[in-house]
Design a binder for this molecule. Structure first.
Ligand SMILES: Nc1ncnc2c1ncn2[C@@H]1O[C@H](COP(=O)(O)OP(=O)(O)OP(=O)(O)O)[C@@H](O)[C@H]1O
Ligand SMILES: [Mg+2]
Length: 263
């Protein structure tokens, strides 16, 4: 599987959110999108998920333009996880997880198979949410909800996982455990996973490829070592940083902003 993005331009009325964005993503790759607030990270993910239609440009999945896929075809191969939009759903965790199997059902009968239930059970155990299955989604802590959302994406069995800030509310242990699972899932299923994230250290630990965006543009694409450079981060974030190499792992230490806010 391969995603090819060519010359995307996205506008929200008079605001241009993506400018000539082009990118190629291969299967088995964990791609992280980083960049300042408002850079266009979520817009890029939403455009790949067909939630937003670009004004100009095309996205191809295995050579077929995204606009040529039916919604049912797309819901089988693509899962978009956005913590913000899932909070208000009225269902229980179990019901919510089971709906991830709908695209795989016979639309006439809607009956859940033993296999569907086994997948829900197995993945609930892997993400340590089995004890939450009877709870309503709005009765979960932020981190618990985030694990449920990732579980749902795994249960859906999609080949393309789009995760917007999947680790924002996770504690130290779950940040690592969940990204470990996402990485394994991507390698084993030879799927594609694109993650928008602010945590540069997590990106440097797990990324095969880092995409850095600024002001609607893709500024650079490369391996963590090629992207986590003091000059590039200063240019994009307006922050002086110090890059540490801790046993081959790159950590970005923010030092000070170039322009300080005045009270
Ligand atoms: N629904 C909308 N209507 C109008 N403008 C929007 C809308 N959503 C986003 N924008 C604008 O588009 C630009 C890109 O926003 P986007 O949400 O993609 O940024 P982001 O990189 O995900 O930022 P963050 O790190 O804050 O999540 C910003 O200038 C933002 O203000
Ligand atoms: Mg965003």
């Amino acid at each position: 599987m391969k995603i090819v993005i060519k010359g995307l331009e996205v506008w929200y009325d008079s605001i241009q959110a993506l400018r000539d964005a082009s990118l190629e993503i291969n299967e088995g790759e964990l791609t992280f999108i980083i960049g300042p607030n408002g850079a266009g990270k979520s817009t890029l993910l939403k455009t790949i998920a067909l939630i937003i239609k670009p004004k100009v440009g095309v996205i191809y999945i295995d050579g077929k333009a995204l606009s040529k896929f039916s919604l049912k075809e797309l819901s089988k191969i693509l899962a978009y996880v956005d913590y913000q939009i899932s909070k208000s759903l009225p269902s229980t965790v179990f019901e919510f997880l089971l709906t991830a199997r709908y695209p795989h059902q016979n639309m006439l009968t809607f009956s859940m198979s033993q296999e569907d239930l086994e997948i829900v059970d197995k993945i609930s155990k892997q993400l340590n949410i089995s004890h939450l299955l009877d709870r309503k989604l709005d009765q979960l802590s932020s981190g618990e909800l985030q694990r449920v959302l990732i579980a749902r994406a795994f249960i859906q069995g999609s080949k393309v996982l789009l995760l917007d800030e999947p680790s924002a509310f996770l504690d130290l242990k779950y940040k690592l455990e969940i990204l470990d699972l996402v990485k394994k899932f991507t390698k084993i299923n030879r799927s594609i996973c694109i993650i928008a994230i602010h945590d540069l250290y997590l990106a440097s630990l797990y990324a095969d490829k880092v995409v850095i965006m600024s002001n609607g543009e893709i500024v650079a694409v490369g391996r963590p070592r090629e992207i986590f450079r003091e000059d590039l981060l200063e240019k994009v974030y307006g922050v002086k940083t110090h890059i540490l190499d801790i046993n081959g792992r790159i950590a970005v230490i923010p030092l000070e902003p170039l322009n300080k806010m005045e009270l």
